[in-house]
Design a protein around this ligand. Sequence first.
Ligand SMILES: [Zn+2]
Length: 133
Amino acid sequence: MNPYYSAIAERANHRCEYCHAPELVFNFPFEVEHIIPLSQQGTNDESNLALACRSCNLRKGTRISGIDNDSNGEVQFFHPRQNLWDEHFQIDTETGMVMEITAVGKVTVENLKMNSAAQVAARKLWIRLGLFP
Ligand SMILES: [Zn+2]
């Protein structure tokens, strides 16, 4: 396990710092990911580490930005240490969807596929169980 796991998971309150999935309902610890990948001069400092569910971490990969289809410009993904989640996303508890508020939220939701069928189905179940948001 990543040596930083305990500190990072506690700081994140055991939720994915991108989609806010609750680690509690998974049968394997969430992953410590580099917000800026080591390959792009990111470091192992805690300020560059975030707790991520497998889905978000796999889809983010080594990327830090995506193309915003509205402006055709490149927009940075949500940065858990520099951005406030509530300023970029909100949860629609009826549909289970993560709704983007900003371009940062939009490229993050799209590229990390936060509203994939599996993500939304799981989120609706967590909402029914009172575990989300
Ligand atoms: Zn996630």
